[in-house]
Ligand binder design. Structure first.
Ligand SMILES: C[S@@+](CC[C@H](N)C(=O)[O-])C[C@H]1O[C@@H](n2cnc3c(N)ncnc32)[C@H](O)[C@@H]1O
Length: 192
């Protein structure tokens, strides 16, 4: 799906995230894993990755058309990649379920499941809800910035452009929760 050189892979995003001194990452929550190409790169760069996918025949995907056999094969490749690293947890569930369970403490959340406007919008909203009352800085990122559904959902949700867009289509927003009012966590910190 993508190469592993910085200019055409998720490595550009990883470098950008690592340069953010105020974001501490205990684990990455990756939403949409397929065969784990990006997972293995996250696992090499950060202490842990929770890799979320249904590995099932998903009807509403508008970018990837994969058969059940394709998905089974992708999962096998993912599982063999997992053996290379001991810091990956496989989580077979809906993206929204994973966000509700683990979104509050992930330092980096990587959105790369359906790419449809409505589902990306829902995922971003669930992330925002999961972070309510949590003060730590984090990154919401994803793949396929060129995809209109992704771009529209992110622009509408964050009301600004991403701080990072890589040549592989990865994008990232550095989220700095405001100290007191809890819910307004999607705006950048204002300089004084
Ligand atoms: C584009 S692929 C992920 C590619 C991977 N991040 C990479 O860069 O190599 C999208 C994956 O999202 C999964 N997916 C789609 N909708 C999902 C949902 N609602 N819950 C969980 N996984 C989903 C699909 O099964 C598919 O494997």
């Amino acid at each position: 799906m993508r190469g592993n050189k910085p200019h055409n892979s998720v490595l550009g995003l990883i470098d950008w995230v690592k340069g953010l001194d105020d974001v501490s990452i205990k684990y990455v929550l990756e939403l949409g894993v397929f065969s784990g190409e990006s997972t293995i790169l996250f696992a090499a760069a950060f202490p842990g990755v929770v890799a979320v996918d249904l590995w099932d025949d998903i009807q509403n995907m508008d970018v990837i058309t994969a058969t059940l056999d394709d998905m089974r094969e992708a999962e096998q490749v993912f599982r063999s990649r997992m053996k290379e690293r001991k810091n990956i947890i496989q989580m077979r569930c809906e993206t929204v379920t994973a966000i509700r369970l683990l979104g509050h403490a992930a330092g980096l959340i990587y959105v790369d499941a359906t790419h449809a406007f409505s589902t990306v919008k829902q995922e971003l909203n669930e992330i925002k809800i999961a972070r309510l009352g949590h003060r730590s800085q984090y990154v919401t990122a994803g793949h396929d910035w060129r995809h209109p559904g992704v771009k529209r959902a992110a622009r509408q949700h964050f009301r600004r452009e991403p701080e990072f867009v890589g040549t592989d289509g990865s994008w990232g927003y550095h989220i700095q929760p405001r100290p007191t009012n809890g819910y307004s966590d999607e705006q950048p910190k204002q300089s004084v």
